[in-house]
Design a protein around this ligand. Structure first.
Ligand SMILES: [Zn+2]
Length: 209
């Protein structure tokens, strides 16, 4: 966090909207560099080494934290700037709200489309391999995707582990695949939209579930 914070002096307002005074800041959200002179929104953070601003492009901030943009506009945050933009040149709150709502809708859509593991799916190409056996999975075949835990320091992330039904049982031996075999068939029926029921039942039978 410290790297994105520029040092300031004196009591600081919670928000500032300004022309970037240097080209060193990065947008906290998209990670792109903010060019000197570009309009940026600073959100005050109190850290162990003092206070400073985290910087954002206005449009990025609108996507991720519209309420804060609203607050910044409500307190005319440009008035706190050393190099203030002309408020008339800034996007209006209404425009930023449109961006915010579109971003929220996109996130919701993605969330809905995200598949819940375990699930079965049809291999869209010949390029994937059964993670358990290394065999290629033919295009159009049913593959079963289990969640496999990957450890990064203290964090555990669950990554998809796609297998051919015939190799499913071996995959279930893996301690990093915490899948209860007893409920697997039912979970697959629940989670596998996009596979026709007959093919799914065939795969479940082939897997010996
Ligand atoms: Zn950004």
């Amino acid at each position: 966090m410290v790297a994105d914070v520029e040092e300031e002096e004196g009591p600081l307002p919670p928000y500032v909207i300004e022309h970037a005074r240097s080209g060193r800041s990065k947008c906290k959200i998209c990670k792109r560099k903010i060019d000197k002179g570009a309009v940026r929104l600073g959100v005050l953070v109190e850290g162990p080494f003092g206070s400073g601003y985290m910087w954002h492009y206005l449009s990025c901030a609108a996507k991720k934290m519209y309420e804060r943009v609203e607050e910044a506009y409500a307190m005319n945050a440009w008035e706190a700037a050393q190099d203030p933009p002309d408020p008339a040149d800034l996007p209006t709150l209404e425009e930023l709200k449109v961006i915010a709502e579109k971003a929220a809708a996109d996130r919701e859509k993605k969330e809905r489309e995200r598949k819940t593991m375990p699930y079965a799916e049809i291999a869209p190409s010949n390029r994937s391999k059964c993670k358990q056996s290394g065999e290629p999975i033919p295009k159009g075949a049913v593959r079963i995707v289990l969640g496999k835990e990957a450890h990064f320091g203290n964090q555990v992330r669950t990554a998809p582990f796609a297998v051919l039904p015939v190799h499913l049982h071996d995959a279930l031996e893996d301690p990093e695949i915490p899948q209860d075999p007893a409920t697997l068939a039912e979970e697959l029926r629940e989670n596998s939209r996009g596979v026709d029921p007959d093919s799914l039942e065939e795969a479940i039978a082939e897997a010996g579930l």
